[in-house]
Design a protein around this ligand. Structure first.
Ligand SMILES: [Fe+2]
Length: 407
């Protein structure tokens, strides 16, 4: 019998080629699928009828779809099933309708994840040890070569962070390279943000302070997906070291060491806000740690500087503050931080719903420090990954990716 444990795609790994199909056994509301290697899986007959994408039923990928779940009765059974010589399977339904399925399609859905389903991608977690594994990609390559772009997108999927090198230290280059990864999000702050401190800056004391690692804009219902930090000018030796933290790794530490605090952050709403009087007022109540239906971490949203006064009973609020305090201690622990001093021409790209970013303090009276930043929507970047995976790693295209800080 087939191993029914959830199969997963691990970082950088492709699915095996589909196994040849031997037979399909009609068992009423269930269909047993047998493969040449002796393994077998099971499908729901109702599911199989709904999976038909013939011209009459329509196509779900484009949305030109005409068959609805309500059109498929609960007790539906196949009248007959035939495997043709070209390894296509014809399922004939009682009303005479014929559905054709490729063996590979049936293999994926009968052979993965519980009873059936696309495999789930499992991210590769990191801590202070990221330096040796961080993907570094040349600007020229990702701009001109789709395969290099794909490799960098895969690194973003695996680690939630990658570095681009050799990026011209000129403002136009930021959007030129970011646009390769997906649509750039325009927000109330514009499309590109310049983070500049100058020796003569009048509010330098504020802008040069250390920042605890955080995700940006957790006060939005849908926070920025991916962030580009393009170093145009940096003042060597003046501080300003980037501190990057894998939020998924920290979440797993909490799950292991303080499960009750982890649990609170996955189910108690936390409110983040941002107000510029008369201009904008954002407020979002969401979980700091988002989980998918299987309990895996899919997203993080946390910025201590945007925490609103929290609502709840006195006991609840005290528990919540302790959970946030523990999270803050973990993200400030150098053992969990990848530290890097950005140099001009480097770009850090990171998943803002997984990786927290911060920096050490710097002395703005010594040099000009200029970072140029823009945001990309998360689904646009994953769409670019899947589209290129169809060409360069077909087995990785359909895995379910972690979908971010979704609620
Ligand atoms: Fe930030």
């Amino acid at each position: 019998m087939l191993d029914m444990q959830t199969q997963s795609v691990s970082a950088g790994q492709a699915l095996a080629t589909p196994r040849p199909l031997r037979s399909m056994r009609n068992e009423g509301t269930r269909i047993t699928v047998e493969f040449d290697d002796g393994s077998a899986g099971r499908l729901s007959t109702r599911w199989l009828r709904l999976a038909c994408e013939c011209d009459i039923c329509g196509d779900t990928a484009s949305g030109k779809r005409w068959l609805t779940p309500a059109d498929v009765p609960a007790g539906i059974r196949a009248a007959s099933i035939e495997i043709s010589s070209d390894r296509m399977t014809d399922v004939i339904w009682p009303d005479g309708h014929v559905s054709r399925f490729a063996a590979g399609f049936l293999e994926v859905h009968a052979g993965h994840g519980g009873d059936f389903g696309a495999p789930r991608f499992h991210p590769e977690l990191w801590s202070a040890d990221l330096a040796g594994r961080l993907g570094r990609f040349a600007f020229d390559a990702v701009v001109e070569d789709d395969e290099a772009l794909f490799r960098s997108l895969r690194a973003l999927r695996d680690h939630g962070i990658a570095m681009l090198t050799g990026v011209p230290a000129e403002p136009e280059a930021t959007l030129r390279v970011a646009g390769r990864y997906g649509p750039v999000r325009e927000t109330s702050y514009g499309k590109v943000f310049d983070l500049i401190s100058r020796p003569d800056a009048r509010v330098a004391g504020e802008t040069a302070r250390a920042q605890i690692p955080h995700t940006d804009e957790p006060f939005r219902y849908s926070p920025p997906g991916f962030i580009f930090f393009h170093a145009i000018r940096t003042g060597a030796g003046i501080g300003g070291t980037s501190l990057m933290v894998d939020g998924f790794q920290v979440a797993e530490l909490m799950r292991r060491n303080t499960p009750e605090l982890f649990d609170l952050l996955t189910r108690h709403g936390v409110t983040f806000h941002r107000e510029h009087a008369g201009d904008v007022f954002f407020s979002a109540e969401a979980h700091v740690i988002s989980l998918d239906a299987s309990g895996a971490v899919t997203g993080i949203r946390y910025n201590d500087r945007c925490l609103a006064p929290q609502a709840g009973s006195v006991e609840e609020v005290d528990g919540l503050i302790e959970a946030l305090a523990e999270l803050t201690r973990l993200i400030c622990d150098p053992a969990n931080q990848f530290q890097h001093q950005l140099r001009p021409g480097e770009v850090l790209v990171f998943d803002n719903q997984r990786v927290l970013h911060g920096r050490t303090a710097f002395d703005p009276t010594l040099a000009v420090r200029h970072l140029r930043s823009c945001n990309l929507d998360r689904d646009g970047v994953h769409s670019a990954f899947r589209t290129l995976a169809r060409r360069f790693a077909p087995g990785e295209a359909e895995a379910v990716l972690y979908q971010g800080a979704i609620f």
